[in-house]
Design a binder for this molecule. Sequence first.
Ligand code: NAD
Length: 471
Amino acid sequence: MVKICCIGAGYVGGPTMAVIALKCPSIEVAVVDISVSRISAWNSDQLPIYEPGLDEVVKQCRGKNLFFSTDIEKHVYEADIIFVSVNTPTKTQGLGAGKAPDLTYWESAARMIADVSKSNKIVVEKSTVPVKTAEAIEKILRHNSKGIKYQILSNPEFLAEGTAIQDLFNPDRVLIGGRETPEGQMAIQALKDVYAHWVPEDRIITTNLWSAELSKLAANAFLAQRISSVNALSALCEATGADVSQVSHAVGKDSRIGPKFLNASVGFGGSCFQKDILNLVYICECNGLPEVANYWKQVIKVNDYQKNRFVNRVVSSMFNTVSGKKIAILGFAFKKDTGDTRETPAIDVCKGLLGDKACLSIYDPQVTEDQIQRDLIMKKFDWDHPIHLQPMSPTAVKQVTVTWDVYEATKDAHGLCILTEWDEFKTLDYQRIFDNMQKPAFVFDGRSVVNVDKLREIGFIVYSIGKPLDS
Ligand code: NAD
């Protein structure tokens, strides 16, 4: 029986390994992590992450050929194929701070693999890493090898949170990069054999190591660039009376462009887009390509601009002050169908409004009060000037309440801001919400969720990103 071990039981490691276990009953899969609480959650009925369809997959395989464990060394020792899916956050200090990814977790996983292994292994980069990371890992393993041979593969993950299980069941492509030596090709084949259990052969792409590593960064940079492009257009639409959804529709009909990822919004978030673009920027700078670095930097700058623009719109619409006014925040996760709040635009929007002394009442169906308080207190890193900005003061954080009832959140509010596109926000009883709000009652839709005309009929003053403004 082939044995797989995945180091890192997070948003990527957990779902990807659960799907491999489901699709490959002949393979034993162990997912290991240093976090005792995360592993015990994976072994309970309350999984550590919310992802549609994940519970069912885990329930079908857990205890049969899928195991979650903190006994990292045992499972690494036994494995034939080791996936490394640890976090690679942006460095906050030292060389490359604010841009380069922090590979501390990666390196410690690699050193542990070298310490524990007694047989040849295939080591798979699942985390998103800079180009040439495989070379660094090879060095660490080779210099600590004790006669053991390692083959390093790059197999970046393209799943999107909120649709992870669907994406894993039916991936657009699986990318495997490896060395062009006979041993490298054998390792690629071994990993292809795993995916071949359910992924059609023409969707499994093989490349050299560096192309695979760079493709992941490039894919995220392209996706984020599309969002920033449409968001930049949304500002122009508001200035000219064009409607960004009409423009997106017209533009997306061009088959060379396509309709996906053309929704204007308050900005992109999540743990990957900004981090991976910064990673790309750093690689460009290290390779003496400042103009290319500046090109990608602009994608993040537009994203920051969009979040600021939204805050300014809220404050200026509400007669230039939100001091002491209750504002309901509907949605805090970075997108629908996830409880993940890493780099969510809601953090910057809430901080901006708190900076103007608003009182916030926050509702999100999947995000806890602890998470929100932690996110709002957390320091923000300024990647252009690598110094820490001030965290929110404890007084400002007291201006925040969190509730599980959307009607409670909006009661007596002067305005409401929609920051996540949860489906339930489309069908709320907006008449009831209007009746219980202060007047004039404002809606600021950062995700194009509401029917603007209907809400205006009810009596709301509505701002929806990129759409003609209320007179
Ligand atoms: P995560 O923070 O949810 O999970 C990482 C896990 O690794 C944590 O549970 C942590 O405790 C564990 N870990 C760290 N060091 C360890 C060690 N030495 N031994 C054992 N466990 C260790 O991160 P994630 O969202 O799953 O992302 C993992 C990687 O995948 C990142 O590089 C990310 O960029 C990439 N990625 C993420 C997504 C996504 O949507 N989240 C998508 C594609 C790729």
